[in-house]
Design a binder for this molecule. Structure first.
Ligand code: SF4
Length: 377
């Protein structure tokens, strides 16, 4: 199978309705991880309930038309406290799906009961076995691993299914198999792997040798094939794309329009496409927001999305990707924040992030398939 230029991909413009929204109940995080991108994670700025009410009005309507999710993402969303998070959830109809991305350190029996009562889907951030979590520390520099595992133990005690998100700072031989075995044992249903990104206040380089990264992904597929009991997010994306190419329907893989993925910051301001841009500003681009839900309804902000200067530049960058990159049909043009934090602008194309997490991913999965035959259904 060869990856080809995606001249025929029909994805154009911005969808008027997103598939989910990201909400920031507080800027605060109780951890201080070495690779974190968040600028204000030491400060507890909480989202007023009025912001949640303003977002819930259109979201409840969208959820009546089809599946719709709200992802509560911080800071550390549980640092907002159960009372406040419950008040923020209240304006949403029961048909809305809620997800929380948490470092798990605050999860206890009471939080588990809260998750069950509100039917919240939980995703925990953990980077593998103890010695792989050295970057995950408290503000005082103390390792958070035992607290993370105590939180996950509480989820398991309560029979709450969970996903896991793992950051890999240095892909190296043997790591993918080690991680996969760890997450199998942990009991998560879904695993997402993020190669560390240079973004926000994290300025560490994420450039790696190509064979190192594609080898990591190939090793991960091999580990998964031995025991395919976890949904492996990146591998499933790749296999879905490969199957579509083989069936001649690769133009159907990407959505018809870009998903605007609005992030609603604690104060109601809206940043499109990349939650990682929230809280930053630039002399040329301003604060990256496209307005505030306390002043303008979210659907109106989305309808005018391309009037935000950086968004228009990002759309031009996506078109450059479409014209130049053989991986566009798989990737769809990458993330705005990676372009900005790596290039200082939005209309470039390749970033170290897209090399690590799109190009080498697909190459690694295809390398594995070439050498080992078809993957299990
Ligand atoms: S972001 Fe990178 S991988 Fe994605 S289409 Fe653009 S250049 Fe290609």
């Amino acid at each position: 199978m060869t990856v080809r230029r995606p001249e025929f991909s029909g994805m154009r413009g911005i969808a008027p309705v997103p598939s989910y929204v990201v909400m920031q109940p507080t800027t605060l995080c109780n951890l201080d991880c070495g690779y974190c991108y968040l600028p204000a994670r030491a400060v507890d700025r909480r989202m007023p309930v009025a912001v949640a009410e303003a977002v819930a009005a259109p979201v409840n309507g969208w959820a009546r038309q089809g599946r719709f999710s709200v992802v509560w993402h911080g800071g550390e969303p549980l640092a907002a406290g159960r009372g406040h998070l419950g008040a923020l959830l209240a304006p949403f109809d029961p048909t809305v799906e809620h997800h929380v991305q948490t470092n798990a350190t605050l999860i206890d029996d009471a939080w588990c009961e809260f998750f069950t009562e509100h039917r919240i889907r939980v995703s925990v951030s953990v980077d593998g076995p103890r010695e792989r979590n050295l970057e995950r520390v408290s503000r005082g520099g103390r390792p958070a691993y035992d607290r993370i595992m105590a939180g996950i133990a509480a989820l398991r005690r309560h029979g709450i299914p969970f996903s896991a998100l793992c950051v890999v700072s240095r892909p190296e031989p043997g790591l993918a198999a080690e991680l996969y075995d760890f997450f199998l044992e942990l009991g998560c249903d879904v695993l997402g792997i993020n190669i560390e990104e240079t973004e926000g206040v994290n300025t560490r380089s994420n450039a790696h040798r190509p064979e190192q990264v594609s080898g990591f992904w190939a090793e991960l597929v091999a580990a998964w094939r031995r025991a395919p009991r976890i949904h492996l997010r990146e591998v499933e994306w790749s296999l879905r794309y490969a199957a579509a190419v083989l069936d001649g329907v690769e133009d159907d893989v990407l959505p018809r329009q870009l998903d605007p993925i609005p992030t609603i910051a604690y104060d109601g301001s809206v940043v499109l496409f990349s939650p990682e841009l929230a809280g930053f500003s630039d002399p040329d681009y301003g604060d990256f927001t496209s307005g505030n839900v306390m002043e303008t309804p979210l659907p109106d902000l989305l309808a005018a999305a391309d009037r935000t200067r950086w968004v228009a530049e990002f759309l031009a960058g996506v078109e450059s990707c479409r014209a130049q990159c053989p991986y566009f049909g798989f990737c769809g043009g990458g993330h705005a924040a990676n372009r900005y934090f790596e290039h200082g602008r939005f209309d470039g194309t390749e970033t170290d992030h897209c090399r690590n997490s799109k190009i080498r991913l697909l190459e690694g999965v295809l390398d594995h398939a070439r050498h080992h035959g078809p993957t299990p259904a």
